[in-house]
Design a protein around this ligand. Structure first.
Ligand code: UDP
Ligand code: MG
Length: 303
């Protein structure tokens, strides 16, 4: 057993408006456990004052640790770095913006003590989020589940508690384009859920613009499913068949001009989409082959 019981990992990207309040709320909750803990703030290349604020907190509180990246590597990499440096018997990952209520951690700990090795937070309601975000999230989690053989719980983010065993197993999966919650599902172990209502962001704006949401979604799909490739083959086959029929028909009708041109463009489009899908996979293979480190740390504090 490690001497530290709980490690709380908090990724931070331009969170100067929330970090003090997050620290205060987390400290309050973790003190209630009566056990030892560390809070690891991972500064993911923030451009505002986040780093300075966390450094100040570190000076006054020995339970607080800081990992600061040399640039923005992304949320999934930030939580990975936090887990890599953690030493608790249970590790809790939580967003910095207080959308995940820290008080739920106590329920997670209770389940962990009952013997569960993964306790994930399930969002039964999402407050203060746009219709677009809620809708895309709902569709995404459900279609991802249909596409993969791994059983991934719907409506759950990275807010969860994992046992030391699970954390060590995750460390043996050094893949680059990470979808951490999927990796945890893939690992198995004894898993259960704690339901909670996702709150509004305490302050500031989402650090997940559409581009990052899209990247996360495509990482999730390509990491766990070959189905897009199969769909591409399927669509390709259907169009090949259809165009062969059309060819025979046009020989009969001596149809030249507009229709054939349109068909050519259509087929070209399908070909390009197919190449694009294959490219998504090849790009990710390329990332693995290069074997670059997942992240670069510029400074550490409190360890
Ligand atoms: N985050 C990060 N790096 C990024 C984007 C986000 O570390 O490139 C952190 C962010 O500071 C927050 C968490 O990831 O603690 C979730 O981000 P956010 O709350 O903006 O996402 P949303 O809840 O809107 O999906
Ligand atoms: Mg948020």
């Amino acid at each position: 057993m490690n001497s530290i019981q709980y490690s709380v990992v908090v990724p931070l990207y331009n969170e100067e408006e929330v970090v003090n309040e997050t620290y205060r709320r987390l400290k309050e909750v973790m003190n209630l456990t009566g056990e030892s803990y560390e809070i690891i703030f991972v500064n993911d290349g923030s451009k505002d004052n986040t780093l300075e604020i966390v450094k100040d907190i570190c000076i006054n509180d020995k339970n607080i640790k800081l990992i600061s990246f040399s640039r923005n590597f992304g949320h999934q990499i930030a939580i990975t770095a936090g887990m890599d440096s953690s030493s608790g018997n249970a590790i809790i990952v939580i967003d910095a913006d207080l959308q995940d209520p820290p008080e739920v951690i106590l329920e997670m700990i209770k389940k962990w003590k009952e013997g569960y090795e993964v306790v994930y937070g399930k969002r039964i309601q999402r407050k203060g989020e746009t219709f677009f975000k809620k809708f895309t999230a709902k569709v995404f989690y459900r279609s991802l589940n249909k596409m993969t053989d791994v059983n991934m719980p719907v409506d759950t983010g990275d807010f969860r508690l994992i046992d030391r065993k699970v954390c060590d197993a995750l460390k043996s999966m050094p893949e680059h384009n990470r979808y951490v919650r999927g990796l945890v599902s893939w690992l198995g172990f004894k898993q259960t859920a704690v339901e909670f209502v996702r709150q509004e962001r305490f302050a500031g704006e989402t650090k997940y613009p559409l581009k990052k949401m899209f990247k996360l979604a495509s990482d999730a799909i390509t990491s766990f499913s070959y189905k897009p490739l199969k769909i591409a083959t399927c669509i390709g086959s259907i169009f090949t068949l259809l165009s062969m029929c059309y060819l025979i028909y046009s020989i009969y009708e001596v149809l030249i001009g507009g229709a054939i041109l349109a068909l050519m463009f259509l087929l070209q489009g399908v070909t390009l989409i197919t190449i694009g899908i294959v490219g998504e996979y090849i790009g990710r293979i390329y990332d693995e082959v290069k074997e670059r480190p997942l992240y670069v740390i510029s400074e550490k504090d409190g360890f």
